[in-house]
Design a protein around this ligand. Structure first.
Ligand code: ARG
Length: 456
């Protein structure tokens, strides 16, 4: 096929160079956005008397028929076309003849692609937000069922203090809520139309950029044509927001993997989200969580690729920028897939309250509460802390726990100890007493659950 720009050349593009140059294999994903943008452009061209009303209508009908045929699978992409923009324009001219050649008046592929990717990513961002909300709903199901489920909270992966499982889950919910905020924020900055920036310098035609911006649901137009075609900040912003979603999913995955190990057995994943082994008949592996953790690397890689593509290119458009698409498509596609599997995996996992409680009973996780007991009886915290450290040392040496140490033994360390200390170090009591705002008490968990519910 002759290139649209073949006029200036005396020789065809080398076959391999042609393949190398072509982007239709991946930018064909944006065909809907490309056609929508062209329809808005053709509408504006007629409104501004740059093309006739009847030509505009013919063009729009042609574009609509292409859209329908692509949607229904009645038209296949021509992978010999250089990119989606060239393909749609060539197909239009095939269908409506020379009138189709008027569509590209007062436009360039540079502003066209900058437009398409914004439109495409706006939809993707909204889909990802909806999927994160589904995950929040799944977290809520587990949180509501485990408001009073005690497990050890960890620091350094060492048992630290008793917490409620719902409190732990709500921590992730807060992260995902911020992730949505970051994505929305990036979309807000991205939602300005570059269409009409043309190649880089604007156009001599009296176009109405505000009109196309409005038709395409933008909040306004980009105010500098060079910036309009050169900016891919929005890709970086979205991809870093996606990378953080993956960071959170990956940390959560790591915990799910640990929790479902025989060493913990805090949770059991549903059969529909686990896999077996080809040799070991007993295995039930948390592959979904592992894959989510692994795919985090891809999404970070996509972000790094985008930053690196941009760092050395002079203004305005350079072909390097064609590399933006595979990176950002991969990034959003991966995040969507991960969220789609992760949410039902969390919702269907069963929680082993008995195992969590048993683990909480080992590791002296009520030692802070014992120190606080002495503080309430008048000891300075630092002295109480030291005394309890010595008590824990004795228990470790003698194979005892804070619960089994007798009152006379306690009194050897501090005469302030009384019978009521045992109630103070009861695990449920320890968690329930953490009434500070944002703490692990049931009241605080209920506040958090309300907040998450309101959010979604
Ligand atoms: N396929 C190109 C891209 O994705 C479209 C813009 C081409 N512009 C140009 N001047 N060659 O970036």
């Amino acid at each position: 096929m002759d290139k649209m720009w073949a006029g200036r050349f005396s020789k065809a593009l080398d076959k391999e160079a042609d393949d190398f140059n072509s982007s239709i294999h991946f930018d064909c994903k944006m065909y809907r956005q490309d056609i929508k943008g062209s329809i808005a452009h053709a509408t504006m061209l007629a409104a501004c008397n740059i093309i006739s009303q009847s030509d505009s209508e013919t063009i729009i009908k042609g574009l609509e028929s292409i859209l329908t045929d692509l949607d229904n699978g009645n038209l296949a992409f021509d992978f010999d076309a250089e990119d989606i923009h060239m393909f749609v324009e060539a197909e239009l001219t095939k269908r409506i003849g020379d009138i189709g050649k008027r569509l590209h008046t007062a436009r360039s592929r540079n502003d066209q692609v900058a437009l398409d990717i914004r439109l495409f990513m706006r939809d993707e961002a909204n889909e990802i937000i909806a999927l994160i909300k589904k995950l929040l709903a799944a977290i809520l199901v587990q949180a509501e069922a485990n408001k009073e489920t005690i497990l050890p909270g960890y620091t350094h992966l060492q048992r630290a203090q008793p917490i409620m499982f719902a409190h732990h889950l709500c921590a992730y919910a807060m992260m995902f809520i911020r992730d949505i905020g970051r994505i929305e924020d990036a979309v807000k900055r991205m939602n300005f139309s570059p269409l009409g920036s043309c190649a880089l310098a604007g156009t001599t035609y009296e176009t109405d950029r505000e009109m196309t911006a409005k038709l395409l649901d933008f909040d306004g137009i980009t105010l500098n044509s060079i910036d309009g075609v050169s900016d891919r900040d929005f890709c970086v912003e979205l991809m870093s927001a996606f990378a953080l979603v993956m960071t959170h999913l990956s940390r959560f995955s790591e915990e799910v993997i640990l929790w479902s190990s025989w060493e913990f057995k805090f949770v059991e994943l549903d059969d529909s989200y686990t896999t077996g082994s080809s040799i070991m008949p007993q295995k039930k592996n948390p592959d979904m969580a592992e894959l989510v953790r692994g795919k985090t690397g891809r999404v970070y890689g996509d972000l790094m690729a985008m930053l690196t593509i941009l760092k050395g290119i002079p203004l305005a458009y350079n072909k390097d920028m064609q590399e933006d698409k595979e990176a950002i498509f991969d990034s959003s596609e991966t995040v969507k897939k991960c969220l789609s599997v992760f949410a039902p995996m969390i919702e269907t996992m069963s929680v082993r309250k008995d195992k969590m409680y048993a683990a909480a009973g080992e590791g002296f996780i009520n030692a802070t509460d014992l120190a606080d007991y002495l503080v309430k009886k008048g000891q300075p915290f630092r002295s109480a802390y030291k005394t309890v450290g010595q008590i824990v040392g004795k228990c470790v040496a003698e194979g005892k726990t804070l619960e089994t140490l007798t009152l006379p033994e306690y009194k050897e360390f501090d005469s302030l100890f009384e019978e009521d200390l045992y109630a103070e170090i009861d695990l449920r009591n320890c968690a329930e007493k953490r009434i500070s705002a944002g703490g692990t008490s049931v009241a605080s968990i209920e506040t958090q659950i309300e907040y998450i519910k309101k959010f979604i």
